[in-house]
Design a protein around this ligand. Structure first.
Ligand code: NAP
Length: 255
């Protein structure tokens, strides 16, 4: 056995098929590559980032795993509903779904528009549910990991519509864990300061390091490790791992 085969033989995700939404760039790409490094085949979902999605797929194939790229606009419920069946037609039954794709808009409760509210709920909460329902409809064992946000514990007044949508996905994580058991486990990872939002640089994160007790910025590899842990933990469901330097321990306004 080669070193790579020995490593894969030990990994619970080896030989599985995973669909990662928003996997062309940033955290989604890190999760997709970590899955491939552990021996999983990966469907790389993207929306606007076609070239980056192909680059992620190339990196997966370099790890000697299969990769497919599929485009879907998750602001459209019919495209969200069709994505997992399309992935299964291309790759075979899907074992793992990682609901990573997300929008992140600035808005306050006092003035957000109906369009902003609906877009956040659709992409960040309803589409993950539609995708997970399609996974559960395969009538076989599987696992889902939803990407939340550590700020769900605290009131994020500057991103009100986004905050509501992530709190909804948090509740959906528990609801789905109950509804889709015993075949499908549903868990979540709640990142803290990891990558600066679009249009900001590292200085944006550095100014915020004192908001977490560990006074550090986390890494995409740390998020991917938490996702892999949940996928491989076959007696864990309805759980949230905060990868946030302890940020969620401060200011838990929701109790
Ligand atoms: N970055 C952080 O530090 C951080 C902190 C807290 C929580 N999170 C959560 O962790 C996850 C990943 O974070 P990230 O910063 O890497 O995310 P991101 O870059 O903001 O977005 C990930 C991907 O979502 C896709 N997406 C957006 N709108 C879409 C739509 N309508 N249809 C389909 N796909 C769409 C985009 O794909 P295309 O590029 O292909 O269009 C994008 O690349 C997200 O759920 C985020 O909320 C991240």
């Amino acid at each position: 056995m080669t070193e790579e085969q020995v490593k894969h033989a030990k990994s619970p995700v080896a030989g599985r098929i995973a669909l990662v939404t928003g996997a062309a760039r940033r955290l989604g790409r890190a999760i997709a590559l970590a899955l491939a490094s552990e021996g999983a085949d990966v469907i790389v979902h993207y929306s606007g980032s076609a070239a980056e999605a192909e680059r992620t797929a190339t990196e997966i194939r370099r790890r000697r795993r299969q990769a497919w790229t599929i485009r879907a606009d998750l602001s459209d419920p019919s495209q969200a509903e069709g994505l997992l069946p399309e992935a299964a037609r291309a790759a075979g039954p899907v074992d793992y779904l990682i609901n990573n794709a997300s929008i992140f808009s600035s808005s306050q409760l006092t003035d957000f528009t109906r369009e902003d509210f609906e877009a956040n709920v659709q992409v960040n909460a309803l589409s993950p549910l539609l995708l997970a329902r399609a996974l559960a409809a395969q009538q076989r064992e599987g696992a889902v990991v939803n990407l939340l946000d550590a700020r769900i514990a605290d009131y994020d007044r500057g991103h009100a519509a986004y905050h509501l949508s992530k709190r909804m996905l948090h509740t959906l994580t528990m609801m789905m864990a109950l509804e889709f058991a015993p075949r499908v486990r549903v868990n979540a990872v709640a990142p803290g300061l990891i990558l600066p939002p679009p249009g900001k640089d590292e200085s944006y994160l550095r100014k915020l390091v004192n908001t977490n007790p560990l006074r550090r910025i986390g890494t995409p590899a740390g998020i991917a490790a938490a996702v892999l842990f949940l996928l491989g933990s076959d007696f864990v469901t309805g759980q949230v791992i905060y990868v946030d330097g302890g940020r969620h321990l401060r200011g838990c306004v929701y109790g």
